[in-house]
Design a protein around this ligand. Structure first.
Ligand SMILES: Nc1ncnc2c1ncn2[C@@H]1O[C@H](COP(=O)(O)OP(=O)(O)O)[C@@H](O)[C@H]1O
Ligand SMILES: [Mg+2]
Length: 218
């Protein structure tokens, strides 16, 4: 079953840049690399999936949501079915690790007991439980990315979107984060990872979608 489907998608920023022709699918449980040089349109593709941007032409289908039909008030429900991680982690600097992961659950009114259970479990899954009362600025880059991944997973999304998740990390730490994404995928969560790093992509046996100049190639 396809959980993401972009068909002949075009999207133009006011300056004329953007996507010209994008075709992309992600199946349930699949791991897909979106690879292409800087400026190719990778981050824009992800923005269309979490519907920060809308297509000019074509449609984006994510689970039961379609870009042509979704109402603005339903976008938060769409995003709850996605986990998103970025190159620069984007943690809340004034909250500790536990609270960074708990935040999204508190916002939707999850009961404290349930929050504690789910946050501790997901922090364990990413190997960072022992730092749960630390503030983000006391953590290494790799540790911060683990927290960001835990936050992305706490709602049990159908797909994890990762935009250059290893881009700010040294090679050894990048490898550890890749191993973690592999484990998460093996446990059943689909992963769509954007990267400009062809060498990294070659070392994994996952489907690759190439993008250049706003056009996907197969
Ligand atoms: N908010 C924006 N406004 C205008 N142009 C943008 C914006 N974001 C990205 N672009 C342009 O769109 C193209 C694709 O960008 P992006 O999706 O960020 O590429 P990638 O993630 O592959 O580096 C580039 O030419 C970039 O300069
Ligand atoms: Mg990018």
């Amino acid at each position: 079953m396809k959980i993401i489907r972009m068909k002949n998608v075009q999207m133009r920023y006011p300056n004329g840049e953007g996507l010209k022709q994008v075709n992309l699918t992600v199946e349930q449980g699949e791991f897909v690399f979106l690879v292409g040089p800087s400026g190719a349109g990778k981050s824009t593709v992800l923005k269309l999936i979490y519907m920060q941007e809308r297509p000019g032409l074509g449609q984006v289908q994510v689970g039961q949501f379609n870009s042509a039909k979704i109402r603005p008030r339903d976008i938060p429900y769409l995003r709850r079915q996605l986990g998103i991680v970025f190159q620069d982690f984007r943690l809340l600097e004034d909250r500790n690790v536990f609270e960074n992961v708990a935040f999204a659950l508190r916002v939707i009114g999850t009961r404290p007991k349930e929050i504690k259970k789910r946050v501790l479990r997901v922090l364990g899954d990413v190997g960072i439980s022992h730092k749960r009362y630390q503030m983000p600025y006391h953590l290494s880059g790799g540790e911060q990315q683990r927290v960001a991944i835990a936050r992305a997973l706490v709602n049990e999304p159908m797909v994890l979107l990762a935009d250059e998740p290893t881009g700010n990390l040294d090679p050894q730490t990048a490898e550890e984060i890749m191993q973690l994404l592999e484990e998460i995928n093996m446990r059943g969560t689909a992963v769509l990872m954007a990267t400009h790093n062809y060498d990294l992509v070659k070392r994994y046996n996952h489907r690759v979608v190439r993008i250049e100049g706003g056009v996907t190639l197969d």
